[in-house]
Design a protein around this ligand. Structure first.
Ligand SMILES: [Zn+2]
Ligand SMILES: [Zn+2]
Length: 395
């Protein structure tokens, strides 16, 4: 990866769905065992290259190590071997950072991954004068907002943070933090977090993405503490174009298409493609309409992040996830891995990252699903993999 950003550099800080999760003690031990085995294999391969004809070592241990056994010589010896770290999918909840070639910083969602993202932003900005962050939120659910009051960028008075999102996204952040209204009702103060606007000195500005043609929304949400923007009008952040679109989820939820210099990235978290058995059910019709919007925008995209929380058998309730109870997950607002694969191929998306992993999904399972996706991708233009925190995409 070169240092210069061609168009967009996207970094995943959180791809976990529903709640942060990390390998259990048992899984950590299993991962450690794999690493230990790989390292020992390399060490013994190295040693076997130094045997004489009697199958004995041809030199002393000190010779191998370049000195007596010590922390220093052992660590030096260790440097000769590279053991690939285990693939960790998920961890922190949804957050990704996009750096544009013309120097803008954009963040998609503020799940628990936002804390580390904000740390990196503060470090990157250093003493920079222009300190502006553009956040685009999908929806109000906790796994997309929980990192906000822990993010260093909110506590620096030099920073300006522009938050774009639907009514519920802005309303949820404002309701307990008061960042737009400079007010939190007494019965809500301290309910979710000890933090509120009075100890968040950054400057906050809200822009609500609204379907202006929807008279119900407009009549209901008349007085707001932020600006309004119609969903059909794309945003321009420098040379980057951002198109918002409504997806299908139990809460009002937005996806985004981000374009720069002819390259495009689709961000579509928390969207349920299926609804149930009845194709005529109102929910299925809404879901189909949302999927059609997504498919149109995703056609020939360079990269896509999409929610694929379940396998079909788990969604239908035939099997549990990990050791969880099998229950139908219809109306829980998420898509199936098999459906995302099908859609990605139909849309000829060059690289698809399936995320919003279920917290019940064990690490070994995440590995074999990823391996199955890699086998399916072999020799194909359209690559599909399981999303991992730390992944960097250069477009
Ligand atoms: Zn979510
Ligand atoms: Zn959600």
């Amino acid at each position: 990866m070169s240092d210069a950003i061609k168009n967009l550099r996207i970094r995943f800080y959180g791809v976990q769905g529903s709640g942060s999760t990390f390998p259990s003690r048992r899984e950590t031990a299993a991962l450690q065992e794999v690493m230990d085995y790989e390292l020992l294999k390399l060490v013994f391969e190295d040693l076997s290259g130094h045997m004489n004809e009697n199958n004995r070592f041809d030199r002393s241990l000190e010779d191998y190590l370049g000195g007596p056994v010590s922390r220093k010589t052992l660590l030096k010896y260790r440097e000769r071997f590279h053991v690939a770290p285990p693939r960790i999918y998920g961890g922190w909840t949804t957050c990704m950072h996009i750096e544009t070639a013309d120097g803008y910083d954009i963040v998609l969602d503020c799940g628990s991954g936002f804390r580390n993202c904000a740390k990196d932003l503060q470090k990157k900005w250093g003493d920079k004068k222009k300190r502006e962050l553009h956040i685009f939120g999908s929806h109000s659910h906790f796994d997309h907002t929980e990192g906000f009051d822990q993010a260093g960028v909110c506590f620096d008075p030099r920073n300006t943070i522009v938050i774009h999102g639907n009514y519920q996204y802005l309303y949820s952040l404002n309701s307990y933090l008061g960042i737009f209204s400079q007010f939190v009702p007494e019965d809500v103060m301290g309910l979710q977090t000890p933090i509120n606007f009075s100890n968040m000195p950054a400057k906050f500005k809200g822009i609500e993405i609204r379907d202006m043609a929807d008279p119900v929304v407009t009549a209901r949400n008349k007085s707001v503490h932020w600006g309004l923007h119609d969903v059909t009008r794309p945003f321009k952040i420098g040379d980057t174009k951002i198109t918002a679109f409504f997806v299908y989820h139990p809460a009002l939820c937005l996806g985004y298409k981000i374009e720069h210099g002819g390259k495009s990235f689709i961000y579509c978290t928390d969207h349920e493609l299926r609804h149930g058995e009845d194709p005529e059910a109102p929910g299925q019709k809404k879901s189909d309409a949302a999927e059609a919007r997504l498919v149109k925008l995703a056609m020939d995209a360079d990269a896509m992040y999409r929610d694929g929380q379940y396998l079909r058998s788990e969604y239908d309730g035939h099997t549990g996830i990990g050791s969880s109870t099998p229950v139908p997950r219809i109306d829980w607002g998420h898509s199936c891995i098999e459906d995302v694969e099908e859609m990605a191929l139909n849309c000829r998306v060059k690289h698809t990252y399936i995320g919003h992993h279920d917290p019940n999904r064990e690490w070994s399972e995440r590995n074999w699903i990823d391996e199955a996706l890699a086998r399916g991708s072999k020799g194909r233009v359209e690559q599909i993999e399981f999303a991992r925190a730390g992944t960097i995409i250069d477009l």
